[in-house]
Design a binder for this molecule. Structure first.
Ligand code: SF4
Length: 348
């Protein structure tokens, strides 16, 4: 099967996939999906914003940018203990991966002890860990990897050609460099983009070409649908045809057959039929919204009900006992070094 994983896609080939009749594309994607995955299993991640708002970057879609007046309340970096409480709730609600996001250009030196303690603590709970903290240099990537971070998310967002219409405060190459540093450090890569930002089909193909022609495909490829937020430059963007979103998922599945393709932002605005179609197109990972954390009974959760109706099972994460033990040791060391009980107590 490894010969089906290619890194030499041409633009014509990517465009041709997008232009297939819809049923042909869906059939091709579903056939590919079944060769690499159980088609009835979906991986579940939960996202926790560990530091919200006041970001100096100017991503045109993002309510967390300090440049746009979106009414978002800024929050400081969460306490390690509070993050671990959220992680426990996420685990109890069925998540196997806990993603922590901070609205930073890149983490500062003073932040690193806290975020690495979060990684070790979440890991010691038996969850997979993922972070998105902005750009990383090689040393920062290594530090996170050494703390036990499994995945690092850093999206390319769109094609190199359209990128300048969306972000001006960091270059496409900056993003590729961060992804290179993440890979180099041994962590898994989570990278995808956003559709519905006014790009054309060629841009969607261009984004997937960038990802699929990396020497190693990202293990996780989030496909986000733009969530239009009042106050951001993209607030009045015209709606994307939902079939174009599904096509993007299907082409991602075909071009990166062994990667998890994730339905991320924008899923709340999709009806159940569209979500089911995305699963048929090869999406096999979802983000539970943060609101899930306040839902006491997972059976009452809408996502779980949809899974049940579609016969979808949750993909299990096999906890590596060595990793957990390593994380517990790290947490103890962090607590001792800082003489700060909340680091350690919360891990229990
Ligand atoms: S870097 Fe991240 S948090 Fe900051 S504006 Fe861009 S998307 Fe938003």
């Amino acid at each position: 099967m490894s010969d089906m994983i290619r890194h030499n896609w041409t633009r014509d080939q990517a465009n041709a996939l997008f232009q297939l009749p819809f049923s042909d594309l869906m059939f091709k994607a579903q056939t590919m999906h079944r060769q690499f995955f159980d088609p009835n299993q979906v991986q579940i991640s939960t996202l926790c914003s560990i530091k919200t708002g006041a970001c100096p970057e100017d991503c045109a879609y993002c309510p967390q940018s300090a440049r746009y007046d979106t009414g978002l309340e800024r929050e400081k970096l969460m306490k390690v203990e509070s993050v671990l409480e959220e992680a426990k709730a996420a685990k109890a609600s069925g998540a196997t991966r806990f993603c922590m996001g901070a609205a930073w250009r890149s983490p500062k030196k003073k932040d690193m002890p806290y975020v690495t303690a979060m990684v070790a603590g979440v890991k010691s709970l038996g969850l997979e860990t993922c972070m998105t903290l902005g750009m990383l240099d090689q040393a920062q990537a290594q530090e996170l990897s050494d703390a036990g971070l499994d995945y690092y998310n850093h999206n390319l967002d769109t094609s190199p050609e359209y990128y300048g219409d969306i972000i001006t405060t960091r270059t496409y190459q900056d993003r590729l460099d961060t992804l290179g540093n993440v890979r180099e450090s041994g962590m898994k890569v989570c990278s995808g983009g956003i559709v519905g930002m006014g790009e054309d089909e060629g841009d969607r193909a261009g984004l997937l070409l960038q990802l699929a022609n990396m020497p190693q495909h990202p293990e996780s490829v989030p496909v986000n649908m733009l969530v239009k937020v009042e106050g951001t430059p993209l607030a009045d963007q015209a709606d994307l045809d939902p079939f174009d979103f599904i096509r993007t998922v299907a082409v991602a599945r075909i071009m990166m057959p062994a990667s998890h393709v994730r339905l991320s932002a924008g899923r709340e605005e999709m009806n159940e039929q569209m979500q089911a179609m995305a699963f048929m197109a090869g999406a096999n990972s979802i983000f539970y919204g943060e609101k899930l954390l306040t839902t006491p009974n997972p059976e009452a959760n809408k996502d779980m009900q949809l899974f049940k109706r579609l016969g979808i099972r949750r993909e299990e994460y096999e906890v590596n006992e060595d990793d957990t033990a390593h994380a517990e040791t790290l947490m103890a060391a962090v607590a001792e070094a800082r003489n700060d009980q909340f680091f350690y107590n919360a891990a229990k």
